[in-house]
Design a protein around this ligand. Structure first.
Ligand code: GLA
Length: 381
């Protein structure tokens, strides 16, 4: 459906056809705000994402149409050509970052659309970046490897969108594989696919449909706190390159030297790095009860120590706990968006009904429910 609409528009606008590429949004089972701290994450690509038709146009300009916004933008490929529209900046940023890495990018025509819910913490922006990074790399035969394609997306966020994000979203979007989660060491970029088929359980997202303002500056501030804490610890323990290298007792040593806020942020991160490893062990044993318990601990940390949850998400988490749902936590950067829930099959209907009913009653709008399907990442169709 989405593909046909894209092709129809492309034909109308440009009178021809190009190649079609797609990439995916992501979930993350556990390992939140650990990526920019050199820790582990455990994401997977999902079955919704961005799709784009692209064809070289023989000019110096990119002519781009965003189907969902019904908006056309034309921009050049030099640094001063940065477009106004935020969606176009992602495409522009990817082009620029590819050029900066010695890649060739020339003018092209493109139409794109997406079905990743916006503001839900499912990384629609990473899906957009990796669609174009993957596509332009192929189209212009740049031979850039997949790690660098992910880094091109990340650098786009840093340099053109003002978010100092880690590598998780773009990595998941580029490397995603149907049916598997990926455990990624964000320091070394070593990764391992874990087939994820929790017999008897379902993974479901509940989208609070709230997105708080200033999320990106609050995100950058969290990152700064972590870097401050790591710098303080490094004075005593020079081997600490990233906060994830620090032991909990080393953090305690600098408690008096750093602001309380930075201490709490670091306390969360150090705990979370360990939880990802514990979850991997538990998964290998098929022990989903432990996986779920770790998810609750992550929620507690994200809410009380890292302070990126909100009333709506805490409400959903509390309800899950009360109903004996196996695991539940806020997912992604936070400040709104979804909870991710590991729910036993037999509890699924009653939990979802209660969550929708009680949430709507309290907040005056219904949450949205997404059943997670782990799918492939960046690809040509
Ligand atoms: C956002 C960022 C990621 C990661 C998560 C939190 O999605 O883009 O790099 O830091 O938040 O885990």
């Amino acid at each position: 459906m989405m593909k046909e609409k894209i092709q129809e528009k492309f034909q109308t606008l440009f009178g021809e056809h190009g190649d079609i590429y797609a990439s995916a949004g992501r979930i993350n089972l556990i390992g939140e705000h650990t990526d920019y701290n050199g820790g582990y994450v455990f994401p997977g690509a999902i079955d919704c994402g961005i799709m784009a038709e692209i064809k070289v146009n023989g000019t110096e300009k990119v002519k781009a149409f965003a189907l969902d916004k019904d908006e056309f933008v034309e921009f050049g490929l030099n640094e001063e050509d940065k477009p106004e529209q935020s969606w176009a900046r992602y495409i522009f940023g990817v082009c620029r970052e590819m050029i900066k890495r010695g890649g060739k990018v020339e003018g092209f025509n493109t139409v794109f659309a997406g079905d990743v819910p916006l503001g839900a913490g499912l990384s629609s922006s990473a899906a957009l970046e990796s669609t174009y990074a993957y596509a332009l790399n192929e189209i212009f035969q740049n031979g850039i490897d997949k790690f660098d394609l992910a880094k091109i997306g990340q650098a786009t966020e840093h340099n053109y969108c003002g978010v100092k994000c880690g590598i998780m979203d773009q990595f998941a979007s580029v490397f995603g594989k149907a049916g598997s989660l990926i455990r990624l060491n964000c320091k070394t970029l070593e990764y391992k696919y874990f087939p994820f088929k929790p017999e008897g359980y379902r993974l479901v997202l509940i989208d609070s449909c709230v997105k708080h303002e200033l999320a990106s500056s609050a995100y950058n501030k969290r990152r700064e706190s972590c870097e401050n804490a790591a710098a303080a610890i490094r004075k005593n323990h020079p081997e600490v390159e990233f906060l994830s290298d620090a032991k909990r007792v080393w953090l305690d040593e600098v408690r008096e030297e750093i602001p309380e806020e930075d201490f709490l942020r670091a306390e969360y991160v150090i705990g979370e790095v360990q939880r990802v490893l514990d979850v991997c062990d538990a998964l290998e044993r098929g022990d989903y009860e432990t996986v779920g318990e770790m998810m609750y601990q992550t929620h507690f940390g994200l809410s009380r120590l890292y302070e990126v949850s909100c009333e709506e998400l805490d409400f959903l988490n509390k309800l899950a706990r009360k109903m004996d749902v196996t695991g539940s936590r806020v997912m992604g950067g936070g400040f709104g968006g979804c909870t991710i829930n590991l729910v036993k099959d037999e509890l699924y209907d009653s939990f979802i009904n209660a969550a929708v009913g009680k949430f709507t009653e309290k907040f005056g709008h219904a949450p949205k429910i997404y059943n997670v399907v782990i799918a492939d990442g960046a690809r040509k169709l």
